[in-house]
Design a protein around this ligand. Structure first.
Ligand SMILES: C[S@@+](CC[C@H](N)C(=O)[O-])C[C@H]1O[C@@H](n2cnc3c(N)ncnc32)[C@H](O)[C@@H]1O
Length: 295
């Protein structure tokens, strides 16, 4: 029988800095139980997990505060503390891309075994596929004559920049209410809420990855309608579908993401687009879906 005490003991039995691969199954069971059975899983996580985690970091001289001159946050610390606010997670994504592009073992953001546990989630791998799916589809749109793109919730702007490099003499706009990367010729970044922004011109492609996961169904559909203001020919919207164990981990860490299945995504388009215009593409991990709409 799984109990709160059993779950606590699973965590207390871990080596100082978090779970080793052989502990992953027990941690998954414990966090899943806590997330689904406690009223306030975040409070439990703070008392049982984060206390040990902070103690370890301090002991090792790796305090994860973000004050000037101190070491940067590790992944787990950042996800827990959300230092730039819940929506301002472009920074966190950058840390994750960094862990994926150089080896996670070389990254300055993976200081504890908890960080490696996060890197081992299949959803981390799907972040990599988000980029390759973006590239693949953008190439097809460009071949079909698309010359302009808007990236909604562009984060640090790396996708927008990539699109701009791929579209000769093209126009690319990135919109994000948190980050504001530098502007270039033909590449513009606007610091604004996408739910309020009114475009001043037409864009062939509307792309968005990692933004609609924050929107409940009502806001999702509201934004789908707003996208029509860009008069696009192609729309591509990414939405995550986490595994139950990652959902539990993220829930314990206080994150509310709207997981959506292929069917959820298709049904949210009803009444706005015709079914012939809509497709869903899924990466091979099964955790990243892209709603693709051709107008
Ligand atoms: C998960 S990140 C994705 C960043 C980038 N698209 C990527 O895939 O790496 C989500 C981004 O959406 C931005 N965001 C969230 N809500 C927003 C809103 N209402 N208007 C504009 N940007 C928003 C956040 O600031 C964050 O940079």
């Amino acid at each position: 029988m799984i109990t709160k005490e059993w779950c606590r003991d699973v965590i207390y039995d871990l080596p100082g800095s978090g779970p080793l691969p052989r502990n992953y199954a027990a941690v998954e069971i414990a966090l899943h139980w806590i997330y689904n059975n406690l009223k306030n899983p975040q409070e439990w996580f703070e008392q049982v997990v984060m206390r040990c985690h902070r103690k370890y970091l301090i002991q090792e001289g790796l305090d994860f505060g973000n004050e000037k001159g101190r070491k940067p946050y590790n992944l787990m610390g950042h996800i827990w503390d959300v230092p730039r606010g819940y929506y301002g997670d472009g920074d966190l994504l950058q840390k994750m891309y960094d862990c994926l592009s150089i080896s996670e073992y070389e990254s300055v953001y993976t200081k504890t075994l908890w960080d490696h546990y996060i890197c081992a989630r299949p959803e981390m791998l799907s972040l990599q596929f988000r980029r390759s799916m973006f590239r693949e589809h953008i190439e097809v749109f460009i071949d079909k004559g698309a010359r302009s793109l808007v990236d909604l919730g562009c984060g640090n702007g790396s996708y927008a920049r990539e699109a701009w490099e791929r579209i000769p003499k093209g126009t690319v706009l990135g919109i994000d209410n948190d980050t504001r990367p530098a502007n270039d010729i033909g590449l513009t970044f606007i610091n604004q809420n996408v739910l309020e922004y009114v475009p001043h011109r037409q864009y062939d492609i509307v792309y968005s990855g990692g933004l609609f996961d924050y929107f409940n169904d009502k806001v999702f559909r509201k934004m789908l309608r707003r996208i029509l203001m860009y008069q696009p020919r192609f729309i591509m919207i990414g939405n995550i579908q986490q595994s139950p164990e990652t959902q539990a981990l993220m829930g314990c860490l206080g994150w509310k993401l709207f997981d959506r299945t292929r069917w959820d995504l298709l049904s949210l388009t009803v009444g706005i687009f015709s079914p012939e215009q809509v497709e869903v593409h899924t990466d091979f991990t099964g955790h990243q879906h892209f709603l693709k709409i051709t107008l």
